[in-house]
Design a protein around this ligand. Structure first.
Ligand code: SF4
Ligand code: SF4
Length: 579
């Protein structure tokens, strides 16, 4: 049967057909939907782990127990999982193990644009790169075969364009793979130096074998059309090359690490001009130049996505100009939703002009005007440790003017380590945990603070207040983020203390709990003075009447959170149906 599937759905299907038993992942755009699709298959145990390192370690355990396992993450997640990955390369696997990593060229929703192919080279493990949904499914299956054949974890790399685009997929049946049983092999699985040295030799040998395998496999496809131009490419850029240069011969690589050098040398002899078209880092190009191949240079950008037009321009081909009826589309800057439970706390932070070490999640959007409440964002969990660094660098002086701001899921991911570090090292920063009871930005996945698992089953709900007190933190306060005055009072009080404080907010995301949505508010035009206090909340439901110079509420957007009346000093905002 054929079905049109997104790349992410096809990857999940590939895991199902490959007989995978365990999938453990941490959500991250553009990879998040894969595990949500895996959840449909009752044959697979799946879970949201607290971070990618833990997810990979769960997959390693499942592999050690003899079952096929997979973990899915975005590119920056692989940084978190890099520690187990590097040693997993040495131990190898028992049941097949696939690491699905989705890169984000052009940074549609990421803090950097790193190219995960570097990790395959670094960890000395094979990396497969599909170019459409059908290949995504087939390559996942192939990756499990390679994993078991060569005793190696295999990285399958997707990119946003593949994960989120759709194409036809041939569906197959699931293969029930019997367990290989728990492998008790100390020289292989206990990486003390004496064993590690032996395994390193194995890793180097394995890489050579993989290279030969790649050259001889059907993962590399030669399409000879003419002998004028030959292009070596892989993944999504293959699609652009085929459309932009239909007359060129192409060598399409399915496994981009280790490279099938013999096959590439063969191909280079069949064409007059040899090019490499790849996205982001010049990985293939660098290797081929090192091998002494004569490549024609193209001025390819090292940033952003390629496209058909971009490839045409690289080869000096005229690009069609398209006429549009709309001259300029209105700007649609990202914003927190109407009724977002983070807004009140950010308003308070901004009002007090505190320096906020931020983190990764919906609340990163607090950086945008009019709130302009975030001053730094580096990576998952960095807020608390950075605030500690700020405090230590200034002998506690800046701690009185700064806070760390982190969401619930990010706190569980890696923020918890930072907090533990601050406790241990007697820090005096103020940490604000914005608990909206979901992993908002990636699509509202549950986490240990929500009390439910990926399949909606009840599980223990971690209580932030008790957890922080168990860490030995004396100053732990829970506030209603919609009570702006109280937020300001608590922030002032806690930042003034010369010891560590944690402030926890207690309102759910409007998508985590729809019951919080209530009657909308409206603004009494006669009472509004146009002071703009409410517009400075940045709520998308609050608009500005340019002619009358007063604020208005779009009642179709308003969730009735009740925040704006708390900042209006002229009592001009009322709730429908409430006298
Ligand atoms: S009550 Fe005010 S702040 Fe809350 S959603 Fe409605 S307009 Fe926005
Ligand atoms: S805060 Fe009140 S008075 Fe000021 S603009 Fe908003 S509705 Fe009008």
């Amino acid at each position: 049967m054929r079905k049109v599937l997104s790349g992410n759905e096809a990857i999940a299907r590939g895991a199902y057909e490959a007989g995978v038993k365990v999938v453990s992942s941490y959500p991250g755009t553009p990879s998040s939907e894969i595990t949500d699709f895996v959840k449909r298959y009752g044959e697979i145990y799946c879970e949201w782990a607290v971070n990618e390192k833990v997810a990979l370690e769960v997959a390693i355990g499942a592999s050690l127990a003899g079952r096929r396992s997979m973990t899915c993450m975005k590119h920056v997640g692989l940084n978190v999982a890099a520690d187990p990955l590097m040693t997993l390369s040495y131990t190898g696997v028992n049941g097949g193990l696939v690491i699905l990593v989705a890169d984000d060229p052009n940074m549609f929703s990421s803090q950097n644009e790193q190219d995960s192919r570097n990790y395959a080279r670094f960890a000395k493990v094979p990396l497969l790169e599909p170019s459409d949904s059908n290949e995504a499914k087939e390559f996942v299956k192939k990756a499990f075969e390679i994993s078991e054949k060569f005793c190696t974890p295999v990285i399958v790399r997707s990119v946003t364009r593949l994960s989120h685009s759709m194409s036809a997929v041939d569906l197959g049946e699931r293969v029930e793979v019997t367990s290989k049983g728990l492998e008790n092999n100390i020289p292989k699985w206990v990486m003390v130096p004496a064993n590690g040295r032996v395994r390193h030799v194995f890793v180097e040998e394995r890489l050579k074998e993989l290279q030969t395998y790649n050259s001889e496999s059907d993962l590399v496809v030669e399409e000879i059309i003419s002998n004028e131009i030959g292009i070596i490419t892989s993944g999504i850029p293959y699609q652009y090359v085929k459309e932009a240069l239909p007359e060129a011969s192409v060598l399409k690589l399915g496994m981009v690490w280790p490279l099938p050098l013999d096959k590439i040398v063969d191909f280079s002899k069949k064409v007059k001009k040899l090019y490499v078209v790849e996205e982001l880092d010049p990985i293939i190009e660098t290797e081929l130049l090192a091998k002494g191949l004569k490549l024609k240079k193209i001025k390819r950008p090292l940033t952003g996505e390629l496209s058909v037009d971009a490839v045409k321009k690289l080869f000096g081909i005229k690009v069609n100009k398209y006429k549009t009826t709309v001259k300029e589309l209105p700007n649609r800057p990202p914003n927190m939703c109407p009724g977002c439970s983070h807004r009140g706390m950010f308003y308070a932070i901004s009002k007090l002009k505190l320096f906020a070490a931020g983190d990764i999640g919906c609340y990163t959007l607090g950086l945008l005007p009019p709130l302009s409440a975030i001053n730094s964002t580096v990576c998952m969990g960095a807020s608390i440790s950075m605030a500690h660094g700020i405090d230590r660098a200034s002998d506690g002086e800046y701690a009185k003017k700064s806070v760390a701001v982190i969401g619930d899921s990010t706190f569980f991911h890696t923020g918890i380590n930072g907090l533990l570090n601050s406790v241990y090292n007697k820090g005096c920063s103020t940490v604000v945990i914005l608990d909206n009871r979901t992993t908002g930005m990636t699509g509202h996945q549950p986490n240990p603070g929500t009390g439910i698992t990926i399949r909606g089953e009840e599980s223990p709900r971690i209580n932030f207040e008790l957890l922080c007190r168990a860490f030995g933190i004396k100053n732990v306060v829970t506030v209603d983020p919609f009570d702006v005055d109280e937020c300001i009072r608590v922030l002032k009080e806690e930042t003034s203390k010369e010891e560590l404080s944690v402030i926890i907010t207690n309102r759910p995301c409007i998508f985590a709990d729809r019951t919080v949505i209530t009657n909308p508010y409206f603004i009494d035009a006669d009472k509004c003075t146009g002071c703009t206090a409410c517009t400075r909340l940045g709520c998308p439901a609050i608009t500005w009447d340019k002619k009358k110079k007063i604020a208005m509420i779009d009642e179709s957007l308003c969730t009735g959170c009740g925040l704006c009346p708390k900042v209006c000093r002229f009592n001009a905002i009322f709730q429908r149906g409430v006298k």
